[in-house]
Design a protein around this ligand. Structure first.
Ligand code: GDP
Length: 443
């Protein structure tokens, strides 16, 4: 997310470090580069112009503190302006005032509406709400089946619509059912089209009139940059959207949509899609995103994600096992599954301050899912006893395991070797060995 923009901006800041003051000359030179970086990131031309004017004014204005490093001052000013551009404060869903509350998901075909509906239901359930999914996209082939499958996967109830039904009828009937069943939030996955057309807008307006939604979320594919902003404007004019979900922010979207949509439409991004998995949706926090753009990391989001997956007690138990080299294949498998849920190693590293830059030096650290799946297949082929006591795994057991998962003996050997090394390393790092004590207390 925002990698090129991030690199370019950091390049500008580096030039400021080592300079004694901020003056007309170095500020203008820096701003020219910031302007180019934003335009290259596909940020709306007008938005860039205003942004640069505001940053310039602050850099040369009285806000600038004497005795503070100019580079730090510029970073702070750009950071604050980026936060503003991204929408200022975090904007949450406003679902008060109706039970059930209704959320309409709108947008073009392929923007990620169906996936985002399921992701949002998943998020709401984590907040102790009872969501009800309503597949009403009767135009895209298989969209209804897709949402039914996702709902089943999550164990979240869904309205049993079929492609021969009318979307307006589906929405009204689903709302009645939700009232009867006592659900808190109804999420309607409305029909998209390849392009905006009048019939689509009329249909959506009729649904809006019938179900009086608390929220109309426009779902946009971040990879489409300024096109996403133009389409958002048009949906906003006709339906008055209440917020935006930006999907595919895990891809190589340059950031233009995220950085322009609020200024252009006046509506905030409320959620971002960070991958195809149903857990990969985040609440959009402008300050944290600005931090990520400027390479400051986003530890808060990382901590929240980890907290959602691990309890404190579990974390302590894991630390104890690491210290005593009791960490076994069962624990390894649990951690691996958890990591798959939290996101790729790559995406985790980017949220740690300073790691963004380090990652660039190290190159691509992404462990592909296929590799994780192979490792998991080997561990799955072990017996419970072997998982708990890896030292039991002798030659004949290794051969049996390789056969069981359909991989080569060498694969099993490699895994056991790396695992043994890792266990030793953990023990040393956690202070269980002779070396220095780690920061976890010995239990
Ligand atoms: P719809 O036509 O708007 O309902 O679009 P879908 O929900 O079917 O999404 C279109 C494609 O985009 C699917 O292949 C999704 O898996 C993918 N997709 C949706 N959101 C994301 C996201 O945040 N990241 C990535 N990488 N893919 C996504």
């Amino acid at each position: 997310m925002f990698e090129t923009l991030s690199d370019r901006l950091n390049g500008v800041f580096e030039k400021f470090s080592g300079q004694k003051t901020l003056n007309e000359e170095n500020v203008q030179a820096g701003l020219r580069e910031v302007r180019l970086a934003l335009l290259e990131a596909d940020v709306n031309f007008k938005v860039v112009k205003e942004f640069i004017a505001r940053v310039g004014e602050k850099c040369l204005g009285q806000d600038v503190l004497k005795g503070v490093d100019p580079a730090q001052q510029v970073i702070k000013i750009v950071h604050d302006e980026l936060v503003d551009l991204l929408g200022g404060d975090t904007t949450e869903l406003d679902l008060a005032g109706a039970k059930p509350a209704v959320v309409m998901m709108v947008g073009l075909q392929g923007s990620g509406k169906t996936t985002s509906s399921a992701k949002l239901a998943n998020l709401l359930r984590k907040q102790n709400k009872k969501p009800f999914l309503v597949p009403a996209d009767v135009y895209r082939p298989a969209a209804i089946d897709q949402l039914h499958t996702l709902a089943k996967q999550l164990g979240i109830p869904a309205y049993q619509s079929t492609p021969d039904m009318n979307p307006v009828d589906i929405a009204s009937a689903a709302l009645d059912e939700a009232k009867e069943q006592g659900y808190d939030v109804v999420l309607i996955d409305t029909a998209g089209r390849l392009h905006i057309d009048e019939q689509l807008m009329e249909e959506l307006a009729t649904i809006k009139g019938n179900v009086s939604p608390q929220e109309i979320l426009f779902v946009a594919d971040a990879m489409t940059g300024q096109d996403a902003v133009t389409v958002a404007e048009s949906f906003n004019e006709q339906l008055e959207i209440s917020g935006v979900v930006l999907t595919k922010m895990d891809g190589d979207a340059r950031g233009g949509a995220a950085l322009s949509i609020k200024s252009v439409t006046g509506k905030s991004v409320k959620f971002v899609g960070m991958g195809e998995k149903l857990s990969e949706m985040e609440i959009f926090h402008p300050d944290r995103i600005a931090g990520r753009i400027l390479g400051m990391g986003d530890v808060l989001t990382l901590v929240e994600k980890a907290q959602a997956e691990v309890s404190e007690k579990e974390a302590e138990e894991m630390a104890r096992k690491m210290q005593k080299a009791e960490f076994d294949f069962e624990d390894f498998r649990t951690q691996m599954r958890r990591m798959k849920k939290i996101g790729s190693l790559d995406s985790i590293l980017k949220m740690i301050p300073g790691m963004g830059a380090l990652k660039n030096k190290l190159g691509d650290l992404n462990v592909p899912d296929s590799e994780l799946n192979r490792v998991e297949a080997i561990i799955n082929s072990m017996t419970n006893q072997e998982r708990r006591n890896p030292q039991l795994i002798n030659q004949s057991r290794k051969e049996r395991i390789a056969k069981g998962c359909g991989l080569k003996l060498k694969d099993v050997n490699d895994l056991i070797k790396s695992f043994t090394q890792m266990r030793q390393m953990m023990k040393q790092m956690m202070g269980g060995g002779k070396g220095k004590k780690g920061k976890f207390p010995k239990l």
